[in-house]
Ligand binder design. Structure first.
Ligand code: GLV
Ligand code: MN
Ligand code: MN
Length: 405
């Protein structure tokens, strides 16, 4: 049985770390994310888990079934504790809270399990600070790009420095674990879109996750006096970037299921009376079908616009994660679990990226359960009711019990 009061109390406790009102800012690899890990690790240690943090700052908590002797392979369940800047209380956090509650409910019921269960809280899923999303799970499944630890935030702090400040060595690649070490991975997450809300359903089962491309684009023009430089003599980096932003929108709109976003932009030197000499912006492209051609067309547009305007551009690719189909058997387990708590859960494709992509792409049978969210996500408006959260945690517990016994 799910202990709703315990779940609700913990939702509030976790939301206070980095939270004001319904807004939460708990960036990856920050001291706030660390406090959240310590809080969750404390709950799990108090229930007898072996808790540790790995070199990528992922939190792991292992529950050994009595008599298993530490030999058999675990089922892993979890999500992430970081948020975007001025995000909400549920993206990631709900998945960790429900994983903890599901496992505790199995312990409370003295369920006989044959396999260990490991709860994981992946570090820096959002990549808001360093630009590297799905950071902790990418490290754990050996999929980090070379030299990733040298990437830095706007203040010049590198990932390695941030890890060292948290007490790690600074080399996230040491977090690698083999996919053969796990029997299955499950993640509960708020839906982040309106489909469950519109259907009047509390739960959905994810069939696939879209492919995602992230890059940082630097446009280099020439800084000049804003009054003394005639319009025909300029190489304005921001004007070029503005045209590229509209191309990103046009290209994504021309494809049935693609989205393209420039969510971050900075101009140098950044003064009202100086023609922008340099402009750095983010690129987020997603589609379930044909990611490479979406990326190709967008980068061709960058080339076209910069060439026409006499400026130059360089592209720093941060991540390219293919569209990911989730495991059919685990999907079945999750659907049956949802059914047994009274929800005929539809299969949904996720437009958001998730840590679940890394185990799935590494070959670990992986499944995801969505919980209805009103108010979307990545804003303080995101919301999952305690009723829906409890139903989700219960379905997750039922699925874990089937997978682990
Ligand atoms: C994570 O929420 C992402 O999809 O960017
Ligand atoms: Mn998110
Ligand atoms: Mn998330």
């Amino acid at each position: 049985m799910i202990d709703r009061a315990r779940l609700e109390r913990r939702m509030g406790e976790l939301a206070r770390i980095g939270g004001t009102g319904t807004s939460v800012t708990r960036l990856g690899l920050s001291s706030e994310e660390q406090r959240a890990r310590d809080l969750v690790g404390g709950w799990l240690a108090a229930r007898g888990a072996r808790v540790h943090r790995d070199p990528a700052a992922n939190l792991w908590a292992r529950f050994e079934p009595p008599g298993a002797g530490g030999q058999s392979l675990p089922i892993v369940v979890g999500s992430h504790l970081d948020s975007v800047p001025e995000g909400g209380r549920f993206d990631g956090a709900l998945g960790v809270l429900c994983a903890v509650e599901a496992v505790e409910s199995l312990l409370d019921a003295k369920s006989e399990l044959r396999r260990p269960i490991e709860v994981v809280a992946w570090a820096d899923e959002e990549g808001a600070r360093f630009g590297v999303g799905l950071f902790g799970s990418t490290a754990a499944f050996g999929r980090l790009a070379a030299n990733v630890a040298e990437r830095h935030d706007r203040a010049g702090t590198s990932i390695a420095d941030a890890l060292r400040a948290l007490g790690e060595h600074g080399d996230p690649a040491l977090a690698r674990r083999g996919p053969k070490e796990f029997v299955a991975y499950c993640e509960l997450h708020i839906e982040q879109g309106p489909r469950l809300d519109q259907a009047g359903l509390a739960l959905g089962v994810v069939d696939a996750i879209v492919g995602i491309y992230h890059a940082r684009v630097t446009v280099r023009g020439r800084a000049d006096h804003a009054g003394a430089t005639v319009m025909t003599a300029r190489a304005d980096a921001l004007a070029a970037a503005a045209e590229i932003v509209l191309e990103v929108e046009r290209i994504a709109r021309s494809r049935a299921d693609a989205v393209g976003t420039v969510g971050e932009i900075a101009v140098r030197p950044g003064a009202k009376n100086v023609v922008p000499g340099e402009c750095v912006f983010s690129l987020d492209l997603r589609t379930a079908h044909g990611l490479d051609s979406l990326v190709h067309d967008t980068l061709a547009a960058v080339e076209r616009v910069t060439h026409a305007r006499g400026v130059s551009a360089s592209i720093d690719e941060l991540a390219r994660v293919s569209a990911t189909t989730l495991d059919e058997r685990i999907r079945g387990v999750l659907k049956r679990a949802a059914k047994s708590v009274g929800v005929d859960a539809p299969e949904l494709t996720s437009g958001a990226g998730h840590d679940a992509q890394n185990p799935a792409l590494a070959g670990v049978p992986t499944g995801m359960l969505f919980v209805r969210s009103t108010g979307g996500s990545h804003t303080p408006r995101e919301f999952a009711s305690i009723d829906d959260a409890a139903v989700g945690a219960e379905a997750l517990a039922i699925a874990l019990r089937e997978l682990a016994s």
